[in-house]
Design a binder for this molecule. Structure first.
Ligand SMILES: Cc1cc2nc3c(=O)[nH]c(=O)nc-3n(C[C@H](O)[C@H](O)[C@H](O)COP(=O)(O)OP(=O)(O)OC[C@H]3O[C@@H](n4cnc5c(N)ncnc54)[C@H](O)[C@@H]3O)c2cc1C
Ligand SMILES: NC(=O)c1ccc[n+]([C@@H]2O[C@H](COP(=O)([O-])OP(=O)(O)OC[C@H]3O[C@@H](n4cnc5c(N)ncnc54)[C@H](O)[C@@H]3O)[C@@H](O)[C@H]2O)c1
Length: 464
């Protein structure tokens, strides 16, 4: 049995968890546990590399779409290995540098590069954490920031075929000629764009009758139309067989559709990493979606144990994990039972899908607002209705605003079209700071002829 080490704070996960120790924690002994690449999902296999690939895909699309503007060009070559090297040539050193900084420059921090589990509580009430390498760390306070991982349907896992997830698809040695994507959410939409624009033939197997189903119905419908024209999309498809045929993968669906591909990407959702960390040994449970239960301040039911990010948040988004990280960080400097703890603010959480065209949203969908019994007014404004949309010859972009009748309270905004994640930001600001639609529309200038005029016109078009 190895000797144990005592620390003031243990952090499980080096994603958002790595941002917690700053100079205010310099007098605390801290253990950080990371079983995989240092820096977590967003940096290594999530937001950042995907968007670096997306940008290259956007450039390829822009060249192809130039013809309708009178600028004709062709994409002569896609240097996939070159793109992979550029992306990871930037990211890998950041991950390695972050790890090196914690190990070499932070005297109060020890990094354990191993899987860790809770192994009960010692007689002094400290949490016992046991690593796969045999180290035992005792901690009076713990932050669980262990994130989430991809779900793999049994029929694929059991088939023995080679499949990919976000963890390795971006490091394929060559661009697959034919890519099959199983799933119809964020990751499916983003990678379909990346691989489709860079030259793969993309097939999507979707369980339901639409893509990005959790978006506002107008956005999901518009995207589904565009995606169906761009890629080979199979709706309401249940997979009944998955097999290897030579170097290819063959998937058969219940309606006898047979698809063959050179690579298979699984993107059917992510589950919280709450099931392999020994939570039961410290009396903690999870909710029906596998998320660690927590209160508004990030506290679990175990005294001194906090949680944040994908493992416990209702949102699997990095900006949410970062916010939750800042809240837990502030609360760690207070008493666990203190009356001055800071709560999470999850009122107006925006999200964007970096597919083609881009999509961004904040607040309620029209369906959610109606289901909530609110008296609403809705305006849909097309990109093509404003001058910059004419400049772009845009025919598919739209901006939809939902507000409360009578008060003009902004309830939701949903945009599909070029630069949607940037264009939506003023609405996030308005909702966060309580601006109503009329004040937002006429209480400021809108640069003419900028694309945000689509937002201005949508606000002015509401019948409040
Ligand atoms: C392909 C993809 C694209 C995405 N794009 C975006 C985007 O554009 N915008 C956005 O907002 N969000 C995006 N996300 C979501 C975002 O990446 C996550 O919400 C965010 O990274 C979660 O952060 P976290 O700190 O909770 O977990 P993570 O960053 O996943 O960190 C958890 C860490 O804990 C480690 N760990 C887990 N269990 C243990 C254990 N028992 N012992 C030791 N270590 C352990 C894991 O190895 C991991 O490194 C994307 C996700 C994916 C998969
Ligand atoms: N731009 C971003 O912010 C971004 C990008 C990527 C991922 N993410 C985060 O990561 C999460 C996970 O992404 P995701 O795309 O894996 O999940 P998702 O929840 O967005 O979508 C999963 C989709 O797969 C479908 N599905 C489930 N089981 C299936 C099956 N057996 N066969 C076929 N389809 C099936 C679901 O109906 C759903 O539409 C997202 O919800 C999001 O929070 C965010």
């Amino acid at each position: 049995m190895s000797e144990s080490t005592s620390v003031d704070l243990a952090i499980i996960g080096s994603g958002t968890g790595n941002s917690i120790p700053d100079e205010r924690f310099a007098d605390q002994q801290i253990a950080i546990f990371e079983e995989s690449i240092y820096g977590g999902t967003c940096l290594n296999v999530g937001c950042i590399p995907t968007k670096m690939f997306v940008y290259a895909a956007e450039v390829a699309e822009t060249i192809r779409e130039g013809e309708r503007l009178g600028v004709t060009g062709t994409v002569d070559k896609v240097d996939w290995p070159g793109i992979v090297n550029r992306v990871f040539g930037r990211i890998d050193p950041i991950s390695a540098g972050g790890r090196r900084y914690r190990i070499e420059d932070c005297d109060n921090i020890t990094v354990y590069s191993s899987h860790v589990v809770f192994d009960g509580v010692d007689p002094d009430g400290r949490y016992r954490l046991r690593t796969g390498d045999g180290d035992v760390v005792l901690a009076s306070r713990v932050v669980i920031a262990s994130g989430s991982r991809p779900v793999i349907p049994d029929i694929i896992a059991d088939s023995g075929v080679t499949y990919h997830t976000n963890e390795d698809i971006m490091r394929l040695p060559e661009l697959p000629e034919r890519l099959i994507i199983v799933g119809s959410g964020y990751i499916a939409a983003e990678f379909a764009h990346v691989f489709g624009a860079l030259g793969s033939k993309v097939s999507i197997i979707a369980r339901s009758d639409a893509l990005l189903r959790t978006q506002d119905p107008d956005i999901s419908a518009r995207f589904t139309d565009i995606a169906t024209a761009a890629w080979d999309v199979h709706f309401e498809s249940a997979i009944v067989a998955v097999e290897s045929v030579g170097s290819a993968i063959r998937i058969t669906c219940a309606d006898d559709t047979v698809l063959e591909g050179d690579a298979l990407l699984v993107a059917v959702g992510r589950v919280p990493n709450s099931d392999k960390i020994g939570l039961e040994s410290i009396g903690l449970g999870v909710d029906e979606d596998g998320r660690i239960e927590r209160d508004a301040y990030g506290r679990t039911a175990a005294h001194g144990v906090w949680t944040l990010g994908d493992v416990s948040s209702p949102y699997q988004l990095k900006h949410v994990a970062n916010h939750e990280g800042r809240v837990v960080q502030a609360n760690l400097l207070r008493d666990f039972d203190g009356a001055d703890l800071q709560p999470f603010d999850l009122r107006f959480v925006p999200a964007a899908v970096f597919t083609h065209p881009q999509i961004a949203s904040v607040g309620m969908t029209e369906t959610e607002a109606r289901d909530a019994g609110l008296d609403i007014t809705v305006k849909v404004q097309n990109y093509g209705d404003v001058a910059y949309g004419w400049a772009m010859e845009d025919t598919t972009g739209l901006c939809k605003i939902i507000a409360e009748k009578g008060t003009g309270r902004l309830l939701g905004a949903h945009i599909i079209g070029p630069q949607a994640p940037s264009i939506i930001q003023p609405v996030i600001q308005a909702m966060s700071f309580g601006l109503d639609a009329a004040t937002m529309a006429r209480g400021q200038y809108w640069i003419h002829p900028g694309m945000p005029e689509v937002l201005e016109n949508a606000l002015l078009g509401l019948e409040i």
